[in-house]
Design a protein around this ligand. Sequence first.
Ligand code: AHM
Ligand code: MG
Length: 346
Amino acid sequence: MEEINLTTLGEFIIENQKHYKSTSGEFSRLLSSIKLAAKIVNHSVSKAGLVDILGAAGDTNIQGEDQQKLDVYANDVFMKTLVNREIACGIASEEEDEFVVIKGKQGTNENKYVMLIDPLDGSSNIDVNVSVGTIFSIYKRVTKIGTPVQIEDFLQCGSQQVAAGYVVYGTSTMLVYTSGHGVNGFTLNPAIGSFHLSHPNMMFPKDGKIYSINEGNYVHFPQGVKDYLKYCQEEKDNRPYTSRYIGSLVSDFHRNMIKGGIYLYPTSSIGPKGKLRLLYECNPMAFLAEQAGGKASDGYKRIMDIKPTELHQRVPFFCGSVNMVEKAEEFMAKHPEDANYASLDS
Ligand code: AHM
Ligand code: MG
């Protein structure tokens, strides 16, 4: 009989508490809440085509983008799961203009973690039945426990993350996370509603043959990116590479981590700071990438060393197999003038 790995995410979380000196259980409760919210969102995503839930809700988020109904719903689910159960002391979401303080019923909240979340990433894929994802990132607050969280609790370098992960709502639903001791992937068994350890100790192959980028923007890209793309397409050594772009960061990242590849969302003349958000998208994916032996940079420097200045800050993003990211950086280094994107107006 085929051997089934029965380790559940819940068991794995408890087992891994031993990595932490002070095991108040708060961190485990936080991960359990994410697990619960992910299952609720998964249920809705999987029946998105059946109910009248498609289409834009009419609202626009702070970046001026249309929100799909499911974005709003996923945001609500993750927010409520944390706020109502008083898990964590603050939460910031890509779909909210400001961060939310979790006060606690008596106005006292002794929790020490803040969470940042992109509740439904790749939302333009919802109404065409293509994979979307949730991305989360957890930090210890830097201000005094028991007082309301402040902006500086959220504006920490990615290198301070305690944990990060994503849920990919794909052909099967997976939750993949790191708490700084490698990356582990859990697949949801929809029949019994539990996540099982299916991908222990995930690692990026050092090299790969896949590049993922929205090549339609080619004319707008900086010269270093254009040159790297020509390199990917050149017939030499083990090239040309294969181009694969889903348009859902989580899904593109997940595939590249398993098969070997690079994901690029650079600056461009139409998006001079890039598109992806440092705090909700790039930092968590960078933490996962590094923990899986991969690399993440803005083309010049390590993503997790960037000091955030605002909640919804955008950065260019190069992430994946270490040798591929380093090759792309070699091309970027020939154009140091493009490293100053942060000083530009977006
Ligand atoms: P979103 O947060 O509005 O969904 O945007 C992020 C998504 C990423 O998942 C994806 O890789 C990228 O935007 C696709 O952008 P584009 O359509 O410009 O290629
Ligand atoms: Mg997003």
